[in-house]
Design a protein around this ligand. Structure first.
Ligand SMILES: Cc1cc2nc3c(=O)[nH]c(=O)nc-3n(C[C@H](O)[C@H](O)[C@H](O)COP(=O)(O)O)c2cc1C
Length: 178
């Protein structure tokens, strides 16, 4: 079984998540293929692919346009396989942000007609050194508003690696596959 892992990452956390997912899949006996949906390479091998794990981060309430385009363009291939969607955002890190995090995922599914078998809202990271002035202001005044967290001074990884690993193992269990 090959597990195709497709990701869309802007500052690198979702790439780290996708690489982690690849390791978990390999440790569980799968062969894997890791594809960056933002790198402009169009040809994606679906032969021998039984399951697809898609991961993308949210910026200003949306997943990357190219990731969305990838999902929409491969609707038939995705429909024919078991799929898992990992939506990465900072809202997912906070109990009061879960509703927003779910909205981002729902909006992507609505726009692309993607209907994953399984989905997880994954908390991302604050990567202070990667931000320009604008990004810092968006994080401070929009995404992290009202939270005691200054994105200009504090790097922080909110991703719950154990939860992610367990969810991926559950998704890849043979008796879950058609
Ligand atoms: C400019 C900017 C805008 C963001 N907008 C949102 C947002 O609207 N909602 C949210 O929950 N997280 C938002 N985030 C947080 C990212 O989703 C989070 O940092 C994630 O880990 C980024 O993943 P990546 O490194 O793979 O791009 C934003 C981050 C930046 C830098």
């Amino acid at each position: 079984m090959t597990v195709l892992i497709v990701f869309g990452s802007v500052e690198g956390q979702t790439k780290k998540i996708a690489t982690f997912v690849e390791r978990v899949a390999r440790d569980n006996g799968a062969s894997t293929c890791l594809v960056d949906s933002l790198d402009g390479r169009e040809a994606v091998p679906f032969d021998n692919v039984a399951s697809v794990i898609l991961a993308a981060s949210v910026h200003e309430r949306r997943h990357p346009a190219r990731f969305e385009a990838y999902v929409a363009a491969h609707e038939k291939e995705l429909d024919a396989r078991r799929t898992m969607f990992l939506s990465v955002s900072l809202s997912a890190a906070f109990p009061e942000g879960k509703e927003d995090a779910q909205d981002y995922a729902d909006e992507l599914k609505m726009r692309t007609e993607f209907d994953p078998d399984c989905e997880l809202l994954v908390a991302g990271a604050v990567r202070t050194r990667n931000y320009d002035y604008y990004a810092t202001q968006v994080l401070r005044h929009v995404v992290l508003r009202g939270r005691n967290f200054d994105p200009s001074v504090q790097e922080y990884e909110f991703t719950d690696w154990d939860e992610l690993e367990n969810a991926v193992i559950e998704f890849l269990k043979p008796d879950c596959n058609p």
